[in-house]
Design a protein around this ligand. Structure first.
Ligand SMILES: Cc1cc2nc3c(=O)[nH]c(=O)nc-3n(C[C@H](O)[C@H](O)[C@H](O)COP(=O)(O)OP(=O)(O)OC[C@H]3O[C@@H](n4cnc5c(N)ncnc54)[C@H](O)[C@@H]3O)c2cc1C
Length: 417
């Protein structure tokens, strides 16, 4: 899977399924697998999910445990560095591939998917886009292989949506910086009970409304794991933790970019973060539909399959239409995503706004179609319903998306069409 994305965007696009058709014909364009590489990736993902992800998903949710071994396997398959250039051991693919990975994993285990998302997009992708070649060389090869488990620290006990209100501070000292503060709800903050994750991009205030990005490594003195958040509603196969920084000395070589550039790094990374979270919603909706349709065909009431009842048809049809519309929007936005230029914030926010809600509604509809069976833990839709709720909070709440979208459209109404 270690392949490069096409360098020439004008090159005719042919997917595996369309081989043999006239090249360059725009009608052949497959939004969901625009090249042979994407088609191959889709097939590898299908096999990986079926053989490796699905058999462990329910157990890791129940035990609230991150699957470290599965994470390594994802690294071996090239899934942890999907957007990272081959120079650093990555697959060198694009936004569509990133979305494919997250949709496929989330049909089975959104919690494991979230751990991968935090590592691959909030940490590795963020680092590659914003850090120096030396920093990328130092951290990315291990991250891409799955030798390390990494994350990104923005949220604090007193500041989430209001990110510029963060209290974690860094002050210059000698040839480096000293970091103090607490971050919370950090995915991959730990990997197992009492065991800290490996490397984190930490945003800290270095002046009045000025943030700087630091690379904090687990061996650094004063850096420790606070509490593990237990009893989460969903995404229980990911480890969510509080991280404590007490006089952590961070050398200058671990500062990303220039002091004061942290907000810019954060904003640049939000587009891929929100798109991949939206893709998690697609996976949840897809699986919910498969489950509710299968049940509606099998289960009889009043002598007829459930699918013959109009109210059940409504659940299936509405979920299907919403899923297909959201899927087209997410993949179209992913296709146009630039890794180096911001510019699609409105679509990144809007895809996540719709992806999150479509997922929750589809999982809810699936539970309703299954009746009591849907409410029971042995059926996957109950877990998907719990996992879907995170998408309305993490990576920006629904309300944050409402604000951003309205602000961006008011600034440039031309973005509507
Ligand atoms: C499972 C999980 C994993 C996470 N992983 C990470 C991670 O890896 N790294 C990380 O940094 N963070 C992570 N987060 C944190 C997440 O991004 C935040 O929870 C989210 O940004 C919201 O912040 P908050 O929880 O502080 O809520 P608040 O900001 O306190 O918001 C509370 C409520 O008020 C609303 N609100 C706030 N301000 C306004 C306003 N101006 N107008 C209208 N409504 C408003 C919000 O929309 C929300 O409904 C994770 C969270 C969870 C639950």
């Amino acid at each position: 899977m270690k392949t490069s994305v096409r360098s020439d965007p004008q090159e005719p696009v042919r997917s595996g399924s369309q081989a043999g058709e006239e090249p360059g014909n725009w009608r052949n364009f497959d939004l969901f697998a625009p090249s042979e590489e994407h088609a191959l990736l889709a097939e590898s993902l299908r096999i990986f999910v079926q053989r490796e992800v699905e058999p462990q998903a329910a157990e890791h949710d129940r035990e609230e445990r991150f699957n470290r071994a599965l994470f390594r396997k994802a690294g071996e398959l090239g899934l942890l560095g999907i957007t990272i250039p081959e120079t650093y051991g990555g697959s060198g693919l694009d936004g569509v591939a990133a979305v494919q990975v997250m949709e496929a994993l989330s049909t089975s285990d959104p919690g494991f998917g979230l751990a991968l998302l935090a590592h691959s997009y909030l940490f590795a992708h963020n680092l590659w886009v914003n850090a120096s070649a030396e920093q990328s060389q130092r951290f990315l090869p291990d991250a891409v292989q799955g030798a390390t488990v990494c994350g990104m620290c923005m949220t604090e006990p007193g500041a989430g949506t209001d990110v510029l209100g963060m209290q974690t501070r860094a002050r210059p000292e000698g040839d480096g910086w000293v970091l103090d503060g607490v971050k919370t709800y950090i995915t991959n903050g730990g990997v197992a009970d009492g065991e800290l994750g490996d490397v984190f991009i930490v945003y800290a205030a270095t002046g009045e409304r000025s943030l700087t990005s630091f690379l904090v490594e687990k061996e650094m003195e004063g850096f420790r794991l606070g509490q593990k958040w237990q009893d989460k509603l969903g995404m229980r196969a990911s480890f969510t933790a509080e991280l404590v920084f007490e006089g952590v000395r961070v050398p200058a070589r671990n500062v990303i970019g220039e002091p004061g550039e942290g907000t810019q790094h954060m904003m640049r990374n939000l587009e891929i973060e929100r798109l991949t979270l939206a893709a998690q919603g697609l996976g949840i909706a897809q699986r919910s539909l498969e489950v509710m349709l299968g049940y509606a065909n099998e289960r009889k009431s009043f002598g007829r399959p459930l699918r013959d009842h109009g109210q059940i048809q409504r659940y299936i049809a509405e979920s299907f239409a919403e899923y297909r519309a959201a899927r087209a929007y997410v993949y179209d936005t992913a296709r146009r995503l630039s890794f180096t230029r911001a510019g699609q914030r409105v679509d990144a926010d809007a895809t996540k706004l719709i992806g999150a809600q479509v997922a929750k509604r589809a999982a809810d509809a699936a539970i309703q179609v299954l009746g009591g069976a849907g409410y029971m833990g042995e059926n996957v839709v109950e877990r998907l319903w719990r996992d879907a709720k995170l998408l309305e909070i993490g990576g920006g709440t629904l309300e944050a998306h409402h604000k951003n979208i309205t602000k961006d459209l008011s600034r440039d109404p031309g973005q509507i069409a």
